[in-house]
Design a binder for this molecule. Structure first.
Ligand code: SAM
Length: 224
């Protein structure tokens, strides 16, 4: 089982979940492809294949959402012998809030149902000992969460959608980044020029854009 298109029928048949009942966003996912996707097939395969190709072993995924990016990361780690962690406050799923406001940011413990479904998804692929899911907020819960790992060498970001939240994310990530790492950033079209600038100034690297023209995946390849 290694391609996204094979995953969809398997998940739909084995995981007894009515994604349409979870909330507005999942219904939208459903109407777009018959399956609730957070990332597309090319991105899914890219995350997994890059981890395997470069032998990466410690992953951070922000945010879990409906679990697709961390599923890809977990499958990669299954091959390399690594582990991954993923965090979400489930603001989109629970509060229907795409960019959680400060008032919402105080609420804790939402999204337990979605997290349980994500946990079942991981168990379906025998990834429960490889991936750890956290229910919490970036940035405040991420520092403590990262104390359990020595370093991070692969990052998938699908939480930050503007310069401020990307910068906030880098503030706790930078101290943990390995000398060689790969950082993938979803939805960079939301803040593309700021993204290019911040990658230069904060990471001393050059951003590349892959896998499409409308919503290209931002790639920071610091593996060499
Ligand atoms: C586009 S979805 C992630 C989709 C996911 N990558 C997948 O493959 O299913 C974005 C998620 O970011 C979460 N999020 C946004 N801001 C957050 C924050 N400050 N802390 C924690 N989670 C956040 C939302 O609740 C939402 O679930």
């Amino acid at each position: 089982m290694d391609k996204y298109e094979d995953l969809v029928p398997l998940i739909n048949n084995k995981l007894n979940v009515n994604y349409g009942s979870i909330g507005k966003r999942s219904s939208e996912y459903l109407s777009r492809g018959g399956f609730p996707y957070g990332i597309n097939e090319a991105e899914f395969n890219f995350v997994k294949d890059q981890i395997i190709e470069h032998g990466l072993r410690s992953g951070f995924d922000f945010a879990t959402g409906i679990g697709m990016s961390v599923l890809a990361m977990g499958m990669g780690m299954q091959a390399t012998g690594g582990t991954a962690m993923s965090i979400d406050c489930y603001a989109e799923e629970v509060f229907q809030d795409l960019q959680p406001k400060l008032s919402v940011r105080k609420v804790r413990g939402g999204g337990i149902k979605q997290q349980e479904i994500n946990q079942q998804l991981l168990e379906l692929f025998n990834l429960q000992d490889i991936v750890t899911l956290y229910n919490g907020w970036s940035p405040q819960d991420c520092g403590p969460m990262m104390e359990s790992v020595e370093y991070i060498d692969v990052v998938f970001l699908d939480g930050p959608k503007n310069a401020a939240s990307f910068l906030e994310t880098l503030s706790y990530l930078k101290p943990k980044l390995a000398d060689k790492y790969l950082m993938l950033v979803h939805d960079t079209h939301c803040f593309k020029s700021d993204f290019i600038h911040l990658v230069r100034t904060e990471l001393n690297a050059e951003a590349e854009f892959k896998l499409g023209t409308k919503y290209p995946l931002g790639v920071i390849n610091a593996l060499n």
